[in-house]
Design a protein around this ligand. Structure first.
Ligand SMILES: Nc1ncnc2c1ncn2[C@@H]1O[C@H](COP(=O)(O)OP(=O)(O)OP(=O)(O)O)[C@@H](O)[C@H]1O
Ligand SMILES: [Mg+2]
Length: 508
């Protein structure tokens, strides 16, 4: 943030809004910056009024009132930075908003800057053009390293560090803290120590990761996954898997040195239950990167705060754990309101969508986005324009050969030896079924056999298949529309022929 803030202050932007829950860390950076620019810093909060940290005993409680405060700023003749902590609640007052606007106009040419500092971003429409939002990033690995080293040194003094804790484990500990604020990181470490009976050991890595999962989930839209899926458990989809395999080392320094850009992301469009979410989960495993899932459906839910801020926060977290995979599942659900006027807040939807698109296209940090969608009618066309994703893949119903693969995977998953089954016959009998439906057929067959007290047989499975009406038959028209759409815009995720809804390719 420092460089960005420095630039805005020098360029005399009058009103800046720094969004962060890390007040102390932000204040430190602001103060360093003010020193370099030889400017005084004046701090305000509703409790103490206006304080000059250089003469802290002379706090001015008469300036607790926001309007009086703003008047003081307006009248002050000297250069300075006014940092207003948690000022956002006062922006409900129309007079305060108006005053801030006047300040913005008046300060434009001066050496005075007002910085609103707080965890919430809620800009009243009157101020939208006047306020510049500055992102305060979560601590970097280097910054967390300092903190973790400090904590370890203190624990060492108290003889509370397991002697076997080595440099490599310490580095993993720092990695585990990525995505947390400094405070959250030190709390998570403290908790790990307590859990381990008062000693810091290598086991703290798992404890901190578990804590991080909780913290990230609580903070809104993201979910942190650490047990992801093996790519070997995905049947078929060879083109897509090959594309991913080719990029296993794409986030290494070697790849940068070779002149390769970091991959941006892929969009997986396709039929329900054919492995889109499954692939998303396995990419992270294949590339050995952390996986974060963004709940696009909740993006606009009023229960979790303002949509713009939620997205901002989610992006910040993802970037702080980068290199990472950000999985945006069912993206069309999040952005279906964009451009349609029957949504109550189409303006916000469009704005949030706009900033997401911009981020997709321009992001600098190595966050690989895997977005999935199965309803193209709700997919905003801007999303599929060139430059947003590296590639758009179409995931169709599995071909016969792919179905053989999928039968093998799911029989093996349920501890059955796939070679004891006639997989070719099963593949033929399951034409038109999705991977999810094949999995369900295996489970249903197991129930039959279990109920009859005998081992699972071919007949159990074939009986189940006889009674199954595939979703693809019921949704024939949607499927055709999806395929027509994909033909124009997407690359097939597998290159084999012979797939189709039940009945296709047979004399029917
Ligand atoms: N290609 C496949 N190989 C192995 N298993 C599969 C495959 N496709 C689907 N499955 C099984 O079906 C389950 C559901 O699939 P998944 O959630 O990935 O589908 P999806 O394409 O995301 O569907 P939706 O559009 O409904 O979200 C998976 O967890 C997996 O067990
Ligand atoms: Mg899915």
């Amino acid at each position: 943030m420092k460089d960005e803030l420095d630039l805005y202050i020098r360029a005399r932007y009058p009103l800046l809004w720094v969004v962060t829950a890390e007040e102390q860390r932000a204040l430190q950076e602001i103060e360093t910056l003010a020193q370099a620019q030889r400017k005084r810093v004046l701090l305000w909060s509703a409790t103490v009024g206006l304080v000059n940290p250089a003469t802290p005993d002379r706090e001015d409680a008469s300036r607790r009132d926001p309007l009086a405060l703003l008047k003081t700023i307006l009248d002050d003749k000297e250069a300075g930075l006014w940092v207003l902590r948690d000022f956002h609640p006062f922006l409900k007052d129309a007079t305060v908003v108006r005053r801030l606007r006047e300040i913005a106009f008046a300060l434009g040419a001066s050496q005075k800057t007002v910085i609103l500092l707080g965890p919430v971003l809620k800009i009243p429409p009157e101020l939208e053009k006047e306020v510049t939002v500055v992102d305060f990033d979560l601590p970097t690995a280097a910054q967390l390293q300092v903190k973790v080293d400090e904590i370890i040194a203190k624990l060492r003094e108290a003889k509370r560090v397991d002697p076997s804790l080595d440099k490599r484990q310490q580095a993993r500990l720092v990695q585990a803290c990525l995505g947390l604020t400094e405070n959250e990181a030190s709390n998570a470490l403290a908790k790990a120590v307590v859990q381990a009976g008062g000693v810091l050991s290598g086991a703290a890595v798992e404890a901190v990761t578990a804590e991080k999962k909780q913290i990230i989930r609580k903070s809104g839209l993201l979910e942190y996954y650490d047990n992801t899926e093996l790519i070997d458990n995905v049947g078929g989809l060879e083109t897509l898997k090959g594309w991913l395999r080719k990029r296993v080392r794409a986030f290494t320094d070697d790849a940068r040195a070779f002149g390769l850009p970091a991959p941006k992301g892929i969009l997986l469009v396709g039929v329900q239950g054919c492995g889109k979410s499954l692939i998303a989960r396995s990419v992270a495993n294949m590339w050995r990167l952390p996986l974060l899932r963004l709940d696009a459906g909740r993006l606009f839910s009023s229960l979790v705060g303002s949509s713009e801020e939620n997205l901002r926060q989610a992006i910040k977290t993802a970037e702080s754990v980068a290199p990472a995979v950000l999985w945006v599942d069912e993206i069309e659900k999040g952005f279906s309101g964009v451009g349609s006027s029957n949504v109550s807040d189409a303006g916000t939807a469009a704005r949030v969508f706009g900033s997401f698109i911009t981020w997709l296209q321009e992001k600098q940090k190595p966050v690989f986005v895997v977005a999935t969608a199965n309803d193209i009618s709700n997919l905003p066309p801007e999303l599929v324009r060139k430059g947003r994703f590296d590639e758009i893949f179409f995931v169709d119903l599995p071909s016969a050969a792919e179905r053989t693969d999928i039968w093998r995977i799911h029989l093996a998953k349920r501890n059955r030896d796939p070679d004891q089954f006639d997989l070719t016959t099963l593949a033929m009998a399951s034409e038109g079924l999705s991977g999810a439906e094949i999995e369900q057929a295996v489970v249903a067959g197991l129930y039959e056999a279990f109920d009859a007290n005998r081992p699972l047989s071919m007949n159990d499975l074939l009986d189940v298949l006889n009674e199954t009406v595939p979703l693809s038959t019921m949704m024939r028209e949607e499927l055709d529309a999806l395929r027509a759409w994909a033909k124009q815009r997407a690359r097939p995720a597998s290159d084999r022929e012979g797939r189709g809804a039940r009945g296709e390719g047979r004399a029917s």
